[in-house]
Design a protein around this ligand. Structure first.
Ligand code: ASC
Length: 149
């Protein structure tokens, strides 16, 4: 009984520590895969808006609004997958050593993508172009300091 209790305490403590470190992810590679997938979906839909902003694709308000809604929804997802113990992938060590700057970059991206969605819903192409440039700037700012080249 005594040993059973000890085993239970060790198992519970271990799972609490692992749970804190990796949030909902079972393993570090699952977290890395998740964040890359979120960035891939985000950049795919952002590129479709970028093509419109550059005049390569005709402006269709509904299409841009749909893509912007996806970009905005995706923008809040990757960050939960940068927990302790998930170093690697394309991430530079600064993600974990300069957490406050990384966090402020996340917030800027989330705000910029919300503005892009607002611009897209307004149907004003010039506003979409400005908001697209702002989102691109937020992507680049963060890549400069936190993503491997
Ligand atoms: C994109 C994309 C990025 C950003 C970045 C902006 O379309 O996939 O990562 O824009 O290139 O500088």
């Amino acid at each position: 009984m005594k040993n059973t209790y000890k085993v239970l305490v060790v198992a519970l403590t271990t799972s609490v520590i692992a749970g804190t470190a990796l949030a909902q992810f079972a393993r570090p590679d699952a977290a890395i895969k998740y964040r890359k997938a979120a960035f891939t979906v985000m950049s795919t839909h952002f590129a479709r808006i970028g093509a419109v902003a550059k005049g390569e694709v005709p402006f269709n308000k509904d299409e841009v609004a749909k893509n912007a809604a996806i970009v905005s929804a995706m923008s809040s997802l990757p960050w939960q997958a940068f927990g302790p113990g998930t170093e690697g992938g394309d991430a530079l060590p600064a993600v974990w050593s300069d957490e406050s700057k990384f966090k402020s970059n996340q917030e800027k991206l989330i705000a910029a993508t919300a503005s892009l969605s607002t611009a897209a819903n307004s149907g004003d192409l010039e506003a979409v172009k400005r908001a697209t440039a702002a989102v691109g700037g937020a992507c680049k700012n963060c890549h400069d300091d936190f993503k491997k080249k």
